[in-house]
Ligand binder design. Sequence first.
Ligand code: BGC
Length: 718
Amino acid sequence: MQNVGRIETLIAKMTLAEKLGQLTMTAASHAVTGPAVAGDSLDAIKAGTIGNVLNLIGAGHVHELQRLAVQRSRLGIPVLFALDITHGYRTLFPVSLAAAALFDPLVWERTMRETAREAAADGIAMTFAPMLDVARDPRWGRIVEGPGEDPWVGARMAEAMTRGLQSVELAAADALAAVAKHYGAYAAVTAGREYASVDISERTVLEVHLPPFAAAVAAGVSAIMPAFVDLAGIPMTANAKLLGGWLRERLGFGGVVVSDYNAIAELIEHGVAADLAEAAALALGAGVDIDMMSGAYRRGLPIALERGLVRVQQIDEAVRRVLTLKERLGLFDDPFRRGTRPESASAIRERRELARAVAARAIVMLSNERDTLPLASGLNRIAVIGPLADASAEMRGPWWAAAAPEGHVTVLEGLRAALTGAQILHAEGVAIEGDDASAIPGAVELCSTADAIVLCVGEAATMSGEAASRAHLDLPGRQRELCEAVLERAARRRVPVVAVLFSGRPLAVPWLIERAGAVLAAWFLGSEAGNAIADVLTGHTSPSGRTPVTWPRAVGQIPIFYAQRPSGRPSDPANRYSSGYRDESSAPLFAFGHGLTYGRFRYANPRVAPQSVTLRDTIEVSVDLTNEGARVAEETVFLFAHDKLASLARPCLELKGVAKISLGPGESGSVSLRLAAADLRFLGADLEPRFEPGEVELLVGPCAERERLVGCVVRLAP
Ligand code: BGC
């Protein structure tokens, strides 16, 4: 219950130090005797000078600190406990990029609901998720944490994940406050280099990077975290135009803005603040309420006040927003409501089952020559080779919250459980990274008696995520050598090879796609990874994941994404003076939306109704599909728009909707997608939305490859 009187009474009683405590978030570390707060003492909690704590795990520890705050501090204000819980807490679901491959808002909401339940049962009240950075550069390691390359997908994920985490009632014992991050255009860092400067057009910021944040705000997200980076010279932590202007004024966001880790102090490194006081004043002035880990507010704001750089009212406003969030979370009414009731065994078991089903649907079958998959039944010996074949901890992906390294099903374990009649052989061959190739011959030897080979290769979990940009997008270490040796032996014996590729980003591996019978993008699928992969390999589940990000053939093609503008000389391999490269095709390795199934879908009869619309109308686009394959499968149908003639050049394709249909062999059905005519507006030369009369192509199909889409035209009338 919101109690405005309580908050105002508290603010009136608070000393400056207590106010700044509410604007401070500090990391916990586990001291030998129990939880401690880094660089500080538990006395600070009692003194009310730390109001928010991150990284404390375990309901017992959380409650211990909470007791200090509510029972021993002068005003008894509860502490807000936060953690990065991005794709599960102990039970891990697929990492966000893999979840995006489902193109399914209901699943995004459900997995986040389960995640919130599990974390809240351990005393946590806030998570630094969803991560909503639209990323078009796979060198950037944090691409794994977000929705992929498309703003429409980002916006749908923002809504669904916010709903799932926060539930209908933020005060519920199983709800978490969500933090949409990293506000701005973090993913556009120069050359994909982590933390580098961002310098892109205002149009791209508004059209590509901000829509997911607008959607999160509309869905009621509790907090926003600005990115570490600067945008054209203005660090996001001090960006008054985008924080105060766009977020607070234009979108009406009234929640909390929490800085990223040490980001306020880093304003000094950015070269825009001379000292902590200036840094604190810039951040507060831009609208940042909570200082995570830089101590700039506690140490710098008193000096900034003396210098006249900030006003007490600004501090009070920030405190008011933080206390309001604590109140909405129900912390004043019962600070121990989260973490009091342990979860039942059946709830935990059902969550694991959900994790398995979701992980299987996140797998993207990149290639499947001559129906290599599913594996033939009755195989006697299967060789499971590679450094990721039996790597439980890696299945977690980056940001594993409270999940222990062990207990996440590996491919080896999954296949052994699924194929009890077969002999499953295993060799690592090489490590994920490093130079030792001495075990390759042994691994190849093992393959010489196998009827099928499953190669499990790719990145380690920590090779994507924060501070994990890569300049090379091939397999790390000596893995390519391992693959080539195995592929060569298999080719001689005509034994099928399936590559299961683990990664937090698309990898530029055309050689592997050309030579392996089938390749699965397994991303990082979480606790049930191995079972889910076995479900797809054996044909128990028909793969249905679609890549939410374009796969490049070569690093030189990056940034690469489907929503390109045509240019004055559109790419044409037959014409040298058209947009492209001398030494590489401009086509991607795999287009956005690509992903094979065990079915084969034919699209026919696209139609639109009505054929002419005005701004307030709704458009319905329908198409008929037939599964001409031999197995039941789920098809993902994408709806793209293309405004061929407008007042400025528009992308050749823009995603506007997604639908799913499951059809048996020989079965036909149709899907209909609804689209508000207003969604066909775009930002004019003045960057304001325009509904321009004229024709817009509406195209449906299996991915963002123009030749595979079927379409119709809608007329926009004034
Ligand atoms: C990351 C954030 C994260 C925060 C707290 C930072 O380094 O950029 O995404 O939420 O740490 O762990």
